[in-house]
Each structure stands twice: as structure tokens, then as C-alpha cells.
Design a protein around this ligand. Structure first.
Ligand SMILES: [Zn+2]
Length: 421
């Protein structure tokens, strides 16, 4: 080895040290992450999920991350990137880990979640003073948005987002190909779109999972406290610390994540989706065959109009963002009033007027499901918890329950997952 030759791993370590110096929060945290040569083809497998019109990989990826704190790289590919680019890609990977993007995917379409978290990450780094290299995904419309919100927006409105450049998965705003596409010459060398691989936990070989795992939650907190103590905490991270990391995620996002985690993963891959074509990524579209959620809405006298409105707003958000869902709204005070079913995008939801006003019981809804919908998998119950929860017998019901409860509420339910408004 020549004394002056830069080995790939040396370049990465130098990037880490530079990060420590310029962005102590990211830098300190990065020392808990492990660099590994990708000998299992995980990056290549990820490349095969981002396809161009011809169905070929649209982009060459040098580096990737998994949810366990490993950063994988392909040594031969790093040579195509200069030190500034490598430094940025490293910061990008560290940021994914800090924001727990890998853990937050739920049942979302992985490729679209990948786009969303890449945009969110690059915008954070941009705001924190990093020079975002040309070719990285960025769309300033989403500045300050959570990845979940970007995802929902892409799923809903991607067709309206400006058309991307080239055949690669670039967002036009920051892409070198943008103007070149309109006729002027370009050389193949500067057509590069910079992407990284987001490797899912289930795709990581057991031999890697068996390695000692760093305590990333502690590392995150240590880096946060250290950067804060020296007055170098990035504003974006300080802001997101509450909203996205600790101590709690906004309840509506948590609820959507919980629903996505609970409903079965029943996607059928069919033809390319138009929605994602707006990003230049040709993904298989998904056909959810059967996503069914039951919403119980407490309409007893103790529920105020504002509370009822917020319950209905969240059901409307669900309707707007989870495509292909079939859902039911069951209103109940001391007895079941309405039991209406809807398909997502159904216009009649806005006409729904819940009725009630009496005392509170939950058992009627549980029994109603048991008798009429034995296939039910998930009940989301909006309530203030002033009812007969203690007399519910969980063993009678085959479905899971998420309770969404008002800030002033009665005693906690004896089972199920609780989200406080
Ligand atoms: Zn990424």
C-alpha cells in the first residue's frame, strides 16, 4: 500500500472525523456506527428495487445503512465520489440513524418511504449548513415536514410534483441534469444521481445481527446532551427532538404507524404506478386486497364537540392517506347507534353525523364486532375512557385494539395499545 494512497475505509474515517469537527452531534453519534464492506450483496439488492423505464437499476449506490447501526459500503464504488460527496453521504446515513427512519417504515411501500426519508434527511442537512451535492434528492416544498407527512403527500399528490430529470430517481430542483435534459450536451460522468441503500432489518444476515449491537438510544441521547452542552446542537435537530424522537411522536402519526403495523401486509405487486413515475422511479404499484379497520367512536354525553371533531378529523386523515382501505365507523354511547362502512376516498364520509349523548359503554361495540365481523383484525376506539372498560373480557375478542384517548380520561383500559391525544 502506498503511503499516499487513500484506502476506501480511510476516506470514510476521515469523513467521520470531519463530521465530528463540523457537526459534533452527528459526529459523536457516528462513532457508534460500524463500517462494513457489503459482502452480502445487500446494496445491490436494493439497487434492483429502483428501476428505470426499461426495468434496469436506475442508479449505482455506493453505501447503505441498516437499522442496527451498520454502514455498508462497496469499496470499488467509493472512488467515483469525491471527499465532499462522501462526507455528505456519511452525514446522510448518520441522520437516518438518528431519526430512526428504518424503524418507522411500518407497512409503507419501502421505496416510497425511502424517497420520503431521503428528502427529509437532505433538507435537514441543507438547513444545518451542509452543501447538498448535485444529484441528491431534495424538494424544498417539504422543508420542515416529517417523513411520514412527505410520504402521505407523495402517495396522494405525486402527479402534481414537477417532473424529474432523466431516467434516474432525481428530484429536479437540485439535479445537474435538469437543464441538460432540455437539449444541451452532457457527458455520462455528470449524470450521477446520489442515492444510498436503506436496508431493512429482515434483509440483514443473521451473522451480522449476532455481532455486538451498539446502544443507539443511549448514543443518541449522549450526543444530544454533549452537543447541547457545547452550544452546537443543530436547530433542526433541537426542533425535531421533541416532535420526532423523544419523548413522543405526535399522536396522529403514531396512530397511523400503529394502524400500518397492525394491518396485514397484503400487497400484490402489479404494473408500475403512475404516482411514483413523477419521481422518475418506476416502482411496482401495490394493490391492497383487504385493509379493514373498525373505528369505534364514543359519542356519550361526556364527549365535547371539539373532541368529537378531532376524532372525525383523524378518521378523515386515515381515509385520505391509506389507500384501498375499507373501514367502518361504529358510534356508541351506552349502545351502538350507527355502523357505517366506507371505502377510502368515499365522498359520503363528510356527511357523517354521529349521534349519541347518553352514558358510556364499550362492550356493545366489542360484542357488535364479535357477532357481525368475526374476521375483524383491528379496532381503533376514540374515547375519554369513562366507561365499562373493566368489564371487557379480552379473551372474547380475536382483534387487536388501539385506544385513542382524550387528555382528561378515566382509568386505563385493561388491554390494547393506548395513544393519548
Ligand atoms: Zn438515504
Amino acid at each position: 500500500m502506498s503511503l499516499f494512497k487513500k484506502e476506501p475505509v480511510d476516506r470514510l474515517i476521515r469523513a467521520k472525523i470531519r463530521l465530528m469537527d463540523s457537526h459534533p452531534f452527528l459526529g459523536l453519534f457516528s462513532f457508534n456506527l460500524r463500517f462494513m464492506v457489503d459482502t452480502h450483496g445487500m446494496i445491490e439488492a436494493y439497487e434492483n428495487t429502483i428501476l428505470d423505464k426499461e426495468g434496469k437499476p436506475a442508479v449505482s449506490i455506493p453505501m447503505g445503512i441498516d437499522p442496527f447501526g451498520n454502514i455498508y459500503y462497496i469499496p470499488e464504488k467509493l472512488g467515483a465520489y469525491d471527499d465532499d460527496q462522501l462526507y455528505f453521504i456519511l452525514a446522510h446515513e448518520v441522520c437516518h440513524q438518528i431519526l430512526k427512519h428504518g424503524e418507522r417504515v411500518g407497512n409503507r411501500i419501502e421505496q416510497v418511504w425511502g424517497l420520503s426519508t431521503d428528502i427529509a434527511t437532505n433538507l435537514i442537512l441543507d438547513e444545518d449548513g451542509f452543501q447538498v451535492p448535485p444529484g441528491c434528492l431534495i424538494n424544498r416544498k417539504y422543508k420542515g415536514w416529517l417523513s411520514e407527512e412527505i410520504y402521505d403527500d407523495i402517495m396522494e399528490k405525486a402527479e402534481k410534483v414537477p417532473t424529474p430529470c432523466g431516467s434516474g430517481p432525481c428530484i429536479p430542483e437540485n439535479c445537474p441534469n435538469r437543464n441538460k435534459r432540455r437539449g444541451s450536451q452532457s457527458s455520462p460522468g455528470d449524470q450521477k444521481c446520489i442515492r444510498d441503500a436503506h436496508i431493512q432489518g429482515e434483509d440483514v444476515p443473521q451473522s451480522i445481527k449476532d455481532l455486538p449491537q451498539p446502544d443507539l438510544d443511549k448514543a443518541r441521547l449522549d450526543a444530544f446532551e454533549y452537543a447541547k452542552s457545547i452550544g452546537r446542537l443543530p436547530a433542526t435537530i433541537a426542533r425535531r427532538w421533541g416532535a420526532e424522537l423523544e419523548p413522543k411522536i405526535p399522536w396522529n402519526i403514531l396512530l397511523r404507524n400503529m394502524i400500518l403495523l397492525t394491518i396485514p401486509k397484503d400487497f400484490t405487486y402489479t404494473r408500475p404506478s403512475k404516482k411514483t413515475q413523477a419521481y422518475g422511479v418506476y416502482l411496482p404499484s401495490v394493490k391492497k386486497e383487504f385493509v379493514e379497520v373498525f373505528f369505534g367512536v364514543d359519542t356519550s354525553g361526556s364527549i365535547g364537540k371539539d373532541e368529537l371533531d378531532s376524532f372525525m378529523t383523524e378518521i378523515e386523515n386515515f381515509d385520505r392517506t391509506i389507500h384501498g382501505a375499507h373501514f367502518y365507523i361504529i358510534t356508541c354511547d351506552a349502545k351502538v347507534h350507527e355502523a357505517e362502512d366506507y371505502y377510502s376516498g368515499s365522498p359520503k364520509l363528510s356527511d357523517f353525523k354521529p349521534s349519541g349523548g347518553g352514558g358510556t359503554a364499550f362492550t356493545p361495540v366489542f360484542e357488535f364486532l364479535r357477532e357481525n365481523y368475526p374476521r375483524a383484525k383491528l379496532l381503533v376506539y376514540f374515547t375519554d375512557m369513562f366507561g365499562d372498560q373493566q368489564s371487557l373480557k379480552p379473551e372474547r375478542y380475536a382483534f387487536q385494539t388501539i385506544w385513542v384517548i382524550t387528555p382528561k380520561h378515566g382509568s386505563p383500559p385493561p388491554f390494547g395499545y393506548v395513544i393519548e391525544l
